[in-house]
Ligand binder design. Sequence first.
Ligand code: SF4
Length: 98
Amino acid sequence: MPDEIERQGAPIPRTRRASKNDETVIPDNPNWHRFKMACPFYRERWIGDGEYLEGRPVLYHVICLQNTPPTTIDEQQCCLESKTMCWRLKVKAPARSA
Ligand code: SF4
């Protein structure tokens, strides 16, 4: 297992404890909107240029700076409520025994 981690490089922290100098998979953009109560890696790019998807106007694009964006409304809601840590990591964490 340690060999596998070394091959993949150091893991990218996904918590607010990480310093501002930590790299993200997708470079941040100051024009993207962020939310105080959302994951620190969650961004929205608001648009209004007439883009349509499935017959509906697209209002914004969701961007995850760790390149693991939410794929459903429920996952997006998890991102918006994950102020300190990526919800995907919480799901993967083993359950504690009582
Ligand atoms: S999936 Fe959501 S919670 Fe996880 S790092 Fe990306 S934006 Fe943050």
